[in-house]
Design a protein. Structure first.
Lengths: 295, 369
């Protein structure tokens, strides 16, 4: 019996290890390859980009793809190109920042107000509106893209940042998550604040929001990661390449300069990674705990 | 300090559920009044109407001479202690206590002085920088009390504040709250479903059932002179024994006949025109467990009546014993000395103090005598 269990556990462990390696491999490869010189990149991955290079008149170096973990010689040339020699990448990175930050801030703000209303006020239409939010949340992204485009077009926002920011700011997921969280706050806490003399605004900011800290943090992280990686919406809403975020441009770079692509992918990973590491605890608590507040 | 006056106050929830009906009474300035009753009797709703957390559907509610039906909770000068303490988990004990004062824009220096004074009274001085989650149940309860008293309100409302505490702490906090009332001299309105808590703490008790006041009186009067079968059964632990009987008149005296025997009622207590109307009719008889004695002690009772009974269970309580007996189909509980403990199935002869019998109308359940 003991032996069987041991074998079972070993198999499970090996399976888990295979999955772990599978998941980590792209990240590790990206990181290690970002420190390779251009010549080493070409000799390892030249085959992949043969067609692209031929069409642009360059010759490929290697016919084979060689996944290589450790560079022969550590080089920072790709990072130097990304950060100092090519302002295009920095511009795209800046585009990403000025698109994502307003979305995160606006979505958290709007979701806080909406969730407070959903959790505190009684109305005949409350459940209908909340149900609509859930339906909207469950709809595939592609379904809402066309209406979003039509509205942006009608309001003349196409090819402006607002065409991306507005649909992001009013996304329903945060409202749903925060409402569920706020509903768990004991009514007695709000009543106690009321008796102490707190206004509605003071209850919202001083009692409700501080207790939703972990949920708010979760929303910030999830929304940031979601919109940091967006591709479809900017492609549809922004015609000019200069206005598009780096997430869109990454695919273009991948087709041309694979060495730079590794470096820029690493640079691009840093903000969400830092945010995640900083708020990991709150993220887990926010998603799993759903706002139980112990008096 | 303030008095509270209810005039035909009514609360109807959406959907037509009547939580409180025709509630009229006056709570005196500085009085400790306990609203007591089973779950759903409307006691918490009444308290919440005083606080302004529930709208009053009908009637008038006055704080001193001021009609407060439509006054916002924050403008009523009332503090409330909640069952689950309602402490803000993200604030320290200091900030929890100071919250109400900060909202009133009282200078920081005065807030500090007041909070420290309250903390001293409630023995919280060493805990001021802790968060509520780092406190025990009793400490949290004291913080909740502190948050209420720091504002020096006109009325304190306490909604089952001890029900989350263990038995030992509950007894301790019970006396602390009573002492606090004596030292502050403010009007206290306390809600509980625990009749022991109500009896030990309140100067006056309001017994409620199904949204109606059943009786308002001092604890002792409620115990001695319950107005109906509900109050008789609700006040007292173990609760009053009640059984069906027929009232008879024989040989110049009133008798009750029940399944288990007959008992003669002393004329000195039971002779009245009201009782005479029930002769020959079915009534309900009540007797408190401590008014039952062993037959050997019957000489200490003025008007003893003896019944034979079979022991079903005896519960040793340390200072005494609860003897569960049956006499015919009549079930009784007797509070007896420890030496009365008997094995289930054994026969006992019990003396009933007939002067302490209560008679109730079978239909209306009102007390006849």
């Amino acid at each position: 019996m003991g032996k069987k269990r041991y074998i079972g556990r070993t198999i499970l462990f090996l399976l888990a290890a295979v999955f772990a390696v599978g998941f980590l491999m792209p990240t590790v490869l990206t990181l290690s390859n970002s420190f390779m010189a251009q010549s080493e990149i070409d000799s390892n991955y030249g085959m992949v980009f043969r067609d692209a290079r031929q069409s642009s008149g360059n010759a490929y170096v290697s016919d084979s793809v060689n996944l290589k973990l450790i560079p022969d010689k550590v080089s920072f040339i790709q990072y130097i190109v990304v950060l100092f020699r090519s302002p295009d990448y920095i511009l795209k990175l800046w585009n990403s920042i000025i698109l994502v930050l307003p979305i995160v801030i606006a979505q958290v703000g709007i979701a806080s107000f909406a969730a407070y209303s959903f959790s505190r006020y009684q109305s005949r239409f409350k459940n209908v509106i909340f149900f609509s939010y859930i339906i909207l949340m469950l709809m595939p992204y592609q379904v809402t893209t066309v209406p979003n485009y039509l509205v942006a077009n009608w309001t003349g926002l196409i090819n402006t940042r607002w065409a991306v920011i507005f649909p992001g700011a009013f996304a329903p997921f945060s409202v749903f998550l925060l409402t569920k969280f706020m509903r768990r706050i004991p009514v007695s806490l709000i009543e106690a604040a009321k008796l102490d003399g707190a206004s509605e605004w003071q209850i919202f900011t001083g009692v409700c929001l501080p207790q939703c800290r972990s949920a708010l943090y979760s929303i910030v992280i999830l929304v940031f990661i979601d919109y940091w990686n967006m591709v479809e919406l900017p492609i549809i809403m922004l015609n000019e390449a200069d206005k598009q975020p780096l997430s869109v441009y990454l695919s273009v770079i991948n087709a041309g300069e694979v060495g730079v692509a590794f470096a820029i992918a690493v640079v691009y990973m840093i903000p969400p990674l830092l945010l995640f590491l900083h708020g990991e605890e709150a993220l887990v608590e926010g998603i799993t705990h759903s706002g139980s507040v112990k008096g | 300090m303030a008095s509270i006056t209810f005039k035909n106050v009514k609360k109807i929830y959406p959907g037509g559920v009547v939580a409180v009906d025709d509630f009229s009474m006056e709570i005196m300035d500085g009085e400790f009044v306990v609203l007591v009753g089973p779950s759903g009797c409307g006691k918490s709703t009444t308290l919440r109407m005083i606080a302004g957390l529930e709208e009053i559907s009908d009637g008038e509610l006055y704080l001193d001479d001021r009609l407060i039906n439509n006054v916002a909770p924050k403008d009523r000068d009332i503090a409330m202690v909640f069952q689950n303490y309602a402490l803000f988990p993200h604030m320290t004990v200091y900030n929890n206590i100071a919250y109400g004062l900060k909202l009133r824009k009282i200078p920081k220096k005065i807030i500090k002085e007041k909070v420290e004074e309250v903390a001293k009274i409630l023995d919280l001085s060493d805990l001021l920088q802790r968060k509520p989650r780092a406190l025990s149940g009793g400490q949290r309860q004291r913080v909740a009390l502190g948050r209420a008293i720091v504002r020096d309100p006109a009325v304190f409302l306490l909604d089952e504040p001890l029900s989350n505490l263990d038995a030992k702490l509950r007894t301790q906090m019970r006396s602390e709250i009573t002492k606090l009332h004596i030292s502050l001299g403010t009007t206290f309105v306390y809600v509980t479903h625990d009749q022991t808590e109500a009896m030990t703490m309140g100067e006056r008790l309001v017994v409620m059932k199904d949204g109606f006041i059943q009786q308002v009186d001092s604890p002792q009067n409620l115990y001695d002179f319950p107005c109906n079968l509900f109050v008789a059964g609700f006040i007292g632990s173990p609760q009053m024994n009640t059984f069906d009987a027929t009232l008879l008149y024989r040989d110049g005296s009133l008798w009750i006949s029940f399944d288990g025997g007959e008992l003669m009622l002393p004329n000195s207590r039971f002779a009245s025109d009201t009782i005479d109307r029930y002769i020959g009719k079915d009534i309900i008889v009540g007797i408190r467990p401590e008014s039952l004695y062993l037959e050997s002690e019957k000489n200490s009772i003025s008007y003893p009546g003896v019944i034979e009974a079979k022991v079903e269970l005896s519960e040793l309580m340390g200072a005494g014993v609860y003897l569960y007996v049956s006499s015919g189909s009549t079930q009784l509980i007797a509070t007896l000395p420890v030496n009365a403990a008997a094995r289930p199935g054994s026969d006992v002869r019990l003396a009933i103090d007939c002067e302490k019998l209560y008679l109730f109308d079978k239909e209306s359940e009102e007390r006849i005598s």
